[in-house]
Design a protein around this ligand. Structure first.
Ligand code: ZN
Length: 294
């Protein structure tokens, strides 16, 4: 069986991250320098310049889509999947059911109007999923969610009760015949879960070590789900000097090297297939993967 890599990008800008929420309130976002367009195009160009056909999933924040509809159309035009990162980047478990439902519907409809096609997937800000949020995501009409991160040491990530019979770290869970969870990949080592799916952890890990972990995940699961943000390849972004050191470390660590590192990661895995989440679900539905994805 061909091994699959799911590249996922949360399309948001440097001032919208949870790490800087105390320093940059939502009400001031409009006054900030928008850099997401340029950074996302750089990522799109990088995917295109890598040999082989790479399809990825872009979870676009509604606030960004409203201001950069051409960017959303460009992602779609280049054959990648446009999915939703919600509208206002509020953590799921900090919203009421009504607020979350409203945020989801607004972002889904906005993206669908821009690309003229259905939007099937959702990723929660900071993986802030829980059991009640997943029901709302499903009821809004999404085909899948990709907000579960099994790493428990982060503090902000949510959690999800997946079926008792499911084996840990499954790359896809059919929560019902028409609704799926695609968790971000982590590495299990010595009974512990180590964050291996991307973001700051990807920037922190030495390239060879990260690749060894990716090989391990692919060997065990046949699928590796990776995430990144466009601001992670932007060393020129304005510095939020007043933020707490810990948050600054998380946000800025190895940002200068991240683009090259990501390029190396793509090159090192060129033999595998890079699919969008939706394509992966289609494949999953059309074959019996039971014995192949363990
Ligand atoms: Zn986000």
């Amino acid at each position: 069986m061909k091994k699959t890599i799911l590249l996922t990008f949360d399309v948001e800008d440097w001032f919208q991250v949870e790490n800087f929420k105390n320093n940059i309130p939502y009400s001031t976002w409009d006054a900030r320098e928008l850099r997401v367009e340029k950074n996302t195009i750089e990522l799109l160009d990088l995917l295109e310049s890598t040999s082989g056909s790479i399809k990825a999933t872009f979870f676009v924040l509604g606030w960004i889509a409203e201001r950069c509809p051409d960017l959303v159309r460009e992602i779609h035009k280049r054959g990648h999947e446009v999915a939703s990162h919600g509208f206002a980047h509020h953590l799921c478990y900090k919203q009421t059911s009504e607020e979350l439902g409203h945020d989801l519907v607004k972002s889904k409809k906005l993206l669908e109007d821009i690309i003229g096609a259905e939007v099937a997937g959702y990723r929660a800000p900071s993986f802030s999923i829980n059991d009640s949020a997943i029901k709302i995501i499903r009821n809004v009409g999404f085909l899948y969610d990709s907000s579960y991160n099994s790493y428990e040491g982060h503090g902000r990530y949510g959690s999800l009760t997946l079926s008792d019979t499911a084996k840990p770290d499954h790359p896809i869970y059919a929560l019902s015949p028409d609704f799926f969870e695609i968790p971000v990949s982590n590495l299990r080592f010595g009974g512990k879960i180590i964050p291996w799916g991307g973001g700051g952890y990807f920037r922190l890990l030495p390239t060879m070590l990260h690749q060894a972990g990716v090989r391990q995940v692919l060997k065990e699961k046949n699928c590796y789900t990776f995430y990144m943000h466009p601001w992670e390849i932007d060393p020129g972004q304005p510095k939020v000097r007043e933020a707490a050191s810990f948050f600054k470390f998380r946000h800025y660590v190895n940002i200068r090297k991240a683009k090259d590192k990501f390029g190396n990661f793509l090159a090192a895995n060129a033999e595998h297939s890079f699919l969008s989440c939706r394509e992966f679900i289609r494949d999953y539905q059309s074959h019996d993967y039971a014995d192949e994805i363990v």
